[in-house]
Ligand binder design. Sequence first.
Ligand code: A3P
Length: 284
Amino acid sequence: MSDYIWFEGIPFPAIGYEKKIIEESRDKFVIRDEDTVILTYPKSGTNWLIEIVCLIQTKGNPKWIQSVPVWERSPWIETQNGYAMLINKEGPCLMSSHLPIHLFPKSFFRSKAKVIYVFRNPRDVLVSGYFFWDKSNLIKMPESLETYFEWFLKGNVPYGSWFEHTCAWLSMRERDNFLVLSYEDMKKSTRGTIEKICDFLGKKLEPDELDMVLKYSSFQAMKEKNVSNFSLIIKDVIINGLALMRKGVAGDWKNHFTVAQAETFDKVFQEKMAGFPPGLFPWK
Ligand code: A3P
């Protein structure tokens, strides 16, 4: 059980993070025009998207995704290990981040680097996060889902408030170098989403190459592969049975929220996300 590291109002897990690096990644890290960034609030489908983008880069050939851990293929900018990997990397880089906009590398806002941003129904993000962090040593253990529910609404969870994070990043959605996707659309139309990502990245894939991307990025394929399912993650982070690939569905929150929690959540969502067209959020 670890307490958070707090940096500018945002809680980060105490293992794998350091204030100095979070600050340096914002102020000094250079994102170049040719780089691609996978950007999400944690538990929104980050690793799925990384798998898809890696497979697009190799035109469906699974060799890279089957031999190199996900955190080396697309290192997290703000983590100790990820930052160390990225500052020494040359050429176009693929990288990931969960940072809120005010802590994101400033260099990005002057660049033409491409960002692919995925958001997910925050109710499912909450449930996914509860079952994930609960099996790790990364945060203070919530006593119950009820406790975690309260923490989530207060933003007292890794990377802070989903609402603030999402409102700020969605405000970038009209930019040409910013592709917004939702987990729900990825589930409903995975092939269509992959084609959208190809267009955005300027990659042309043959239909059989696209089939391979679909095949190797499926939930089952990722679940069975230790370089994608987090089973190789360092032992001091895992408590027991930490599983990235839990259910992989949309709407699981309905199996976990009480009626009262669902109503409370709706109220908070409507209040905090009032500035966005309701059609932007593809869930019921
Ligand atoms: P659940 O816990 O709801 O199952 P992240 O990568 O941002 O940590 O997100 C993890 C969530 O994405 C988990 O959700 C996980 O199951 C889901 N996920 C990962 N790979 C997936 C895939 N190939 N298809 C569908 N969902 C996937």
